[in-house]
Design a protein around this ligand. Structure first.
Ligand code: ADP
Length: 168
């Protein structure tokens, strides 16, 4: 299993699945969520609505999978990161769960490559250094079955340099 680092826009990446840092409603939002729906078009949101009608959205630390609309990826795995609450709400465990649930869904769908954004480190305010450590540790400990390639896609310089240090 190869772990890679890229800087830029996750909507442009050609992999089996890109991960979306969604919210519990699954109805879109700002940040990477907004960028994915804008670039991918309405088919993604349509499937999000279907899931929402069936199971009422997605809980923090869980994940759901949809089509990827017009994007080059095959699938989108939507996960809901925790909002940072000064470390008082099990945020670290919840963030770890996001990465694990996404990896599980990817394997369950026989996917071989997956790209992660820096979940929770934007609007949800999770400290970037802590989040990077959790993301990195969780994926390096993952016992892969179908996944051959994991890509961390960093949008901002701070995250990029944190991940670069971890990968070295
Ligand atoms: P959250 O609500 O989980 O914090 P955000 O979308 O606000 O989600 O931020 C998560 C991370 O996604 C941030 O580090 C932000 O810089 C990054 N981000 C925003 N737009 C994109 C994009 N187009 N591609 C990749 N990462 C992005």
């Amino acid at each position: 299993m190869k772990i890679e680092l890229l800087k830029g826009d996750i909507t442009k990446i050609k992999v089996d699945a890109i991960v979306n840092a969604a919210n519990t409603s699954l109805l879109g939002g700002g940040g990477v969520d907004g960028a994915i729906h804008k670039a991918g078009g309405p088919k993604i949101l349509e499937e999000c609505y279907t899931i929402r009608n069936k199971q009422g959205g997605c809980k923090v630390g869980e994940a759901v999978i949809t089509n990827a609309g017009n994007l080059s990826a095959e699938k989108i795995i939507h996960t809901v990161g925790p909002r940072w609450n000064n470390g008082n709400s099990n945020e670290e465990e919840k963030l770890r769960s996001c990465y694990i649930e996404c990896l599980k869904l990817a394997e369950a769908n026989n996917l071989t490559s997956i790209a992660f954004p820096n979940i929770s480190t934007g609007i949800y305010g999770f400290p970037k250094d802590k989040a990077a450590k959790i993301a990195f540790e969780t994926v390096t400990q993952w016992k892969s079955e179908t996944i051959k390639n994991i890509i961390f896609v960093c949008f901002d310089d701070e995250n990029y340099s944190l991940y670069k240090n971890l990968l070295q």
